[in-house]
Design a protein around this ligand. Sequence first.
Ligand SMILES: Cc1cc2nc3c(=O)[nH]c(=O)nc-3n(C[C@H](O)[C@H](O)[C@H](O)COP(=O)(O)O)c2cc1C
Length: 400
Amino acid sequence: MQLSNKIIVLGVTGSISAYKAVDVASQLTQLGAEVNVIMTASATKFISPLSFSTVTKKPVTIDILAQDNQLFIPHITLAQTADVITIAPATANTIAKLATGICDNILTCTVLATKAPVAIAPAMNVNMYENSITQNNLAKLQERGFVIIGPALGKLASGKRGLGRLSPSQDILGITCQLLGKQGDLANRHITITAGGTREPIDPVRLITNRASGKMGYALAEAARDRGANVTLISTATYLNQPAGINIIEVETAQEMYHATQKLADQTEVLIMAAAVADYRPTSVSADKIKKSHNTLTLELEHTQDILSNIESRCIKVGFAAESSNVIENARQKLQEKHLALIVANDITAKDSGFGIDYNRVAIIDGEGKVEKLPLLTKKEVADKILNKVAALITTRKPK
Ligand SMILES: Cc1cc2nc3c(=O)[nH]c(=O)nc-3n(C[C@H](O)[C@H](O)[C@H](O)COP(=O)(O)O)c2cc1C
């Protein structure tokens, strides 16, 4: 499992959104992590420790001076064993204490005593959040290397709308996983990934697109992030949850995707083209909506610019080949024509994998034409298999 052997301290403080931390604790546990929950005394008024101890299967630590603490000097043990500390939700009060080094409870003591990375997800009323005291405290923490998650904009407990909602669980999880993977095999590598099907306009309302959902590209982006890479995702798939900790550039057309990719060409070390880029686009785009006044309508199409063939970069290039026949042969040909380091081939006629679903069955072909056929896997698992090969290519690559 993704987080097996990882130990996470999840700090929960006295916010109305404390109940949402149960979901975070549960998901981290399901990913295989050992989750040690620390609650402030205020947090226990909002949600019972029993909820956390049940989902994590671990005791919750609350009182630093309790006689029955199961850990030896609990704050030191928790601080030293943690791979990461995530505080979600983090109250204005706890943020202020952390910024000034006050340690009057087990959570603040643990944070002060740790060398592990710390992420905090503030949640509070908008005026409390925007107050310059809170802003200064957050800036101070950020300066010291704390990662701040959110907060999100939306309806608050007071009935007001504004910044101050606890960030969604997936963002808290995403940043926690990113911090855990900071020293991974792709640490500090710049990786650009494209995702989704491009959209070529016909007129102001209609367009030509394809069935790509973007899920494979997003799985690759998250997996690369969780192995330490600095990831830029060039995406048309704005309807998917936008993963935290990833630089996302939104595009629509093949031309926009080409320009966005070329702009990053000098700094990127790896380009993974998981997007399904249109091969053709309308020769001209009608400024007005085309009327249905004729029985037939002929659209003239022209070639789009092939991104992998035209990109000017010395980066490692990985392509995808979605094929309906002669899958391996067609993919091999594409690999050679476009001078790719790897190509990932999938058979789009298979019912249990491919477009729009969470599974994929692919074959990875390397620069020498060697084929590795993989069984049906989740897209996340496929992403890690591809990245294993990318990581190996990076280490064996001759310096420029
Ligand atoms: C109903 C209610 C909701 C609260 N929600 C928040 C909140 O979302 N964020 C916050 O910073 N403080 C909130 N507070 C205030 C904190 O609970 C209070 O500052 C407390 O001392 C925080 O303690 P802790 O940081 O040790 O958990 C709330 C208080 C009440 C009564």
